[in-house]
Ligand binder design. Structure first.
Ligand code: AMP
Ligand code: ZN
Ligand code: FE
Ligand code: FE
Length: 268
């Protein structure tokens, strides 16, 4: 079984890299893509555990980008080869942008009357502290009932606590991944605001290689739609659960079936 989309606690997952490998192995995953947000630390640390378990790791990343002003996640795969120093340096720059945003987000949340500090958030998220960690704090302190409400009322792009973060344009992120010898795949297209079929020519123009047709948020109809688009535009297909550990308990390894032969096509 393959799963090409997962997160460790080096981004917003709850499993350490070694725990993630153990969970995946236990569920029967033989090839695992680690796609932490804007960092390779989870992948790097998981390598020894994976070697020991006999589980193959695919080096991946999930980049936050802007597409027509809205957030769009982009997966990069096979980033183990060309120009890697340059790509990793660029990724480190994205982390700095995130920290700058977090400083401003704390000010905004304090303005809204919440007792929240950067240190509290960073105790949870460390180098990859993000909105999900602030959401947890709002829940734990009883300001909101659940994570959903934290986002809907305060943290979502359209909510009153949102603060802007400089993010690369979608096309730039695709170009960076490709310059590093990687494959760029549009993550969970169902979550992208906008008409994906209508956007396809533009996405292809930017150099996109693949589309994530299989994802835990996709209905069978969604998957069929994205498989159809991939076929029509000559894109490859990726898929994965988007496992985040205990924070998203409904998503487990093995809960999503991703065809094994996708990988051969990706590698071709
Ligand atoms: P950040 O990178 O810190 O801006 O946080 C982005 C992450 O927050 C995403 O990867 C999602 O996991 C989560 N997120 C963003 N918007 C929402 C939302 N409306 N509801 C739930 N989670 C969200
Ligand atoms: Zn995530
Ligand atoms: Fe994502
Ligand atoms: Fe993800």
């Amino acid at each position: 079984m393959i799963d090409l989309h997962s997160h460790t606690n080096e981004s917003d997952g709850t499993c350490s890299p070694a725990q993630l490998v153990a969970e995946a192995h236990r569920a029967g995953v033989t090839i695992l893509g680690i796609t932490d947000h804007d960092t390779f630390k989870g992948y790097d640390q998981a390598l020894p555990a994976a070697a020991e378990a006999g589980l193959e790791l695919v080096c991946g990343i999930e980049l936050s980008t802007k597409l027509h002003g809205h957030s769009a996640h982009l997966l990069g795969y096979f980033l183990g080869h060309r120009n890697l120093d340059e790509f990793r340096t660029w990724v480190t720059g994205q982390q700095a942008e995130r920290r700058d945003r977090n400083v401003r987000l704390v000010v905004r949340l304090q303005e809204l009357g919440f007792d929240v500090t950067l240190a509290e958030a960073e105790a949870r998220g460390r180098g990859m502290t993000g909105r999900p960690h602030f959401a947890q704090i709002l829940v734990e302190k009883g300001y909101v009932a659940n994570l959903r409400q934290a986002f809907d009322d305060y943290l979502d792009e359209s909510a009153k606590g949102y603060v802007f973060r400089r993010e690369p344009q979608f096309a730039e992120a695709v170009a960076r991944i490709r310059a590093a010898g990687g494959i760029a795949s549009l993550a969970h297209p169902v979550r992208v605001k906008g008409d994906i079929p209508a956007l396809m020519p533009e996405l292809c123009q930017s150099g996109l290689n693949a589309i994530e047709a299989y994802h835990s948020d996709h209905t069978p109809q969604d998957t069929q739609l994205y498989l159809g688009l991939a076929s029509h535009y000559g894109l490859r297909v990726t898929g994965g659960s988007d496992y985040h550990g205990a924070i998203k308990p409904n998503v487990t390894f093995g809960s999503l079936r991703v065809p094994d032969d996708l990988l051969d096509q990706l590698r071709a």
